[in-house]
Design a binder for this molecule. Structure first.
Ligand code: ADP
Length: 504
């Protein structure tokens, strides 16, 4: 008899698909990654080939197992995390998608969203789903695909189609596809469709009617992790391990960072930033343009979260590297910024595409302020790194105001979280500890945690907390006076960046 010792996690992201194998101590045993094609049929439109994504998923799964000399039967369970909102519609009988997947970044639904706004449905949508009316979300993408060909509508009315986000598409295929694949999603993914009522946690009949979507194509909404399992991986010879965890990528990172209490938050420092704060069973409606979302649901127990994002963070470091040629590698930004003791009075606002939450000004543009004859590359680099921390500060303060919950700890991940100067400054400006975990792949770890929890591989949330290991803790050291002074100048810089572009 083989002893099942491992948990597998499929991390299906916007650029590629990864399979990771973890042991009981949450050590990474092996992983495999494969990119897929980005399809741009028109400016602003983004598609993926869902069949390619499914083939890549199978490929990385088997390759990672092979590399570790393991087989499917060595896995106790498999969890999935995925790029959110991306929309696949496929034929139930053939298992073939009727259209390329319409990706979350795709703006083809701008007209649909505009008409929802014109009909004054924004507030209604927000109170039912927690979401702002924007092109990201799946509902309008489904409507667009179904309306793109008459025969698609006809097929939908004849009950021949299925819809899924990428989690649903992969789980359906993993568990048998046309041979009895299960058609499910979890609360966290469903909360990004603009079709689930965030209070009842069910598909909302009125929204389905507004967006002309037949309920028959929608998956069943299930917990993100539970004592029951969704289905089993089918392979040629035998039934494989259970699929038992499902979380959208940002929520998986929240879970993988073990942010289980109200007030726990994570900040992912990538090209842009994604900030999520657990608000427990408190479903907070934001007044600052943040999104209310389901963090995760263990059985029927739901943890809600507030979500904010920053459009330009690590991208500003790339800008210093590529446009201004300040350094060759982004990691060199730390050494350069550390070569001066402070920013020398220089403040930078990376409003390259305007300012989002909580400032909301599309006419704002990037600014460098406070330059003197003595300012040099190092001061500007330091100001750019600091701007990432200031922007995060603004979003977290907005979350605190909205939720009346105080931020108690911040867990960090993503490429730019490797920058120690930035992390120390973040802790100083927020006045709380910033904690960086050993396992950087918090998204995949979150999916593994959810799957392992469901099958008793890990007992409970407390055990998961024990399995989560710290790389480094950054404690606040800055004097209050200095902190207040920094925030004063940052706010001044924000005001200067605002209302720059004038309509012609
Ligand atoms: P994404 O998932 O958005 O592609 P990653 O998590 O891979 O992003 O992080 C990449 C981003 O992090 C880039 O924008 C890069 O400029 C920034 N970055 C990576 N390492 C560092 C570093 N040591 N210091 C500052 N920024 C960094």
């Amino acid at each position: 008899m083989t002893v099942e010792k491992y948990i597998g996690a499929i991390d299906q992201g916007t650029t590629g698909t990864r399979f990771m194998i973890f042991d009981k101590y949450s050590n990474l045993v092996n992983s495999c990654y494969k990119e897929h094609k980005q399809i741009f049929p028109r400016p602003g439109w983004v598609e993926h080939d869902a069949m390619e994504i499914w083939r890549n998923t199978e490929f990385v799964l088997h390759k990672a197992l092979q590399g570790a000399k393991l087989s499917l039967t060595d896995l106790k369970a498999v969890g999935i995390t995925n790029q959110r909102e991306t929309t696949v519609i496929w034929d139930k009988k053939s298992g073939i998608p009727i259209h390329n997947a319409v990706v979350w970044q795709c703006t083809r639904t701008s007209e649909i969203c505009e008409s929802l706004k014109k009909e004054s449905l924004e507030e209604e949508i927000k109170s039912r789903t927690g979401l702002v009316t924007a092109t990201y979300f799946s509902g309008p993408k489904i409507q667009w695909i179904l309306d793109s060909r008459e025969r698609f509508r006809l097929k939908a009315t004849k009950n021949e189609l299925l819809f899924g986000n990428i989690d649903t598409w992969i789980i359906w295929n993993l568990t048998g596809g046309i041979d009895g694949g299960v058609h499910i999603t979890d609360y966290s993914n469903a909360s990004r469709t603009m079709l689930m009522n965030i209070k009842t946690l069910e598909w909302d009949d009125e929204l389905l009617e507004i967006l002309k979507i037949p309920q028959s194509i929608l998956p069943e909404i299930r917990p993100s992790s539970d004592s029951e399992i969704y289905g089993y991986i089918s392979n040629a010879n035998d039934n494989g391990p259970p699929v038992s965890g499902d979380l959208g990528d940002q929520q998986a990172a929240l879970f993988g960072q073990t942010c289980f209490e109200s007030g726990n938050a994570k900040n992912t420092y990538g090209t842009g930033n994604f900030l999520l704060m657990n608000t427990g069973n408190n479903m907070v409606q934001s007044k600052s343009g943040l999104i209310t979302t389901v963090g995760y649901g263990i059985g029927k127990k739901i943890s809600y979260a507030l979500e904010g994002s920053i459009a330009v963070s690590g991208a500003a470091i790339q800008w210093l590297r590529d446009q201004l040629n300040f350094f060759e590698k982004t990691e060199e930004s730390e050494e350069l910024a550390s070569s001066v003791t402070d920013n020398g009075g220089v403040y930078f606002v990376p409003a390259f595409v305007g300012l989002f939450s909580p400032h909301w000004d599309v006419t704002a543009r990037g600014t460098v302020l406070g330059l003197t004859r003595g300012s040099d590359k190092a001061h500007i680099t330091r100001a750019v790194l600091e701007s990432i921390a200031f922007q995060s500060y603004d979003v977290f303060r907005a979350m605190e105001v909205d939720s009346k919950v105080q931020l108690t700890s911040l867990r960090v991940d993503g490429g730019a979280s490797k920058n120690n100067l930035l992390m120390q400054f973040q802790a100083d400006i927020l006045g709380i500890e910033c904690v960086r975990p050993k396992i950087e792949e918090t998204t995949a770890l979150g999916a593994a945690f959810a799957a392992g929890l469901a099958v008793g591989f890990w007992k409970d949330l407390n055990e998961l907390k024990e399995k989560w290991a710290i790389d480094r803790v950054f404690s606040p050291k800055m004097e209050e006076k200095e902190r207040t002074n920094h925030l004063h100048y940052w706010n001044k810089a924000i005001q200067k960046a605002k209302a720059w572009i004038e309509s012609s």
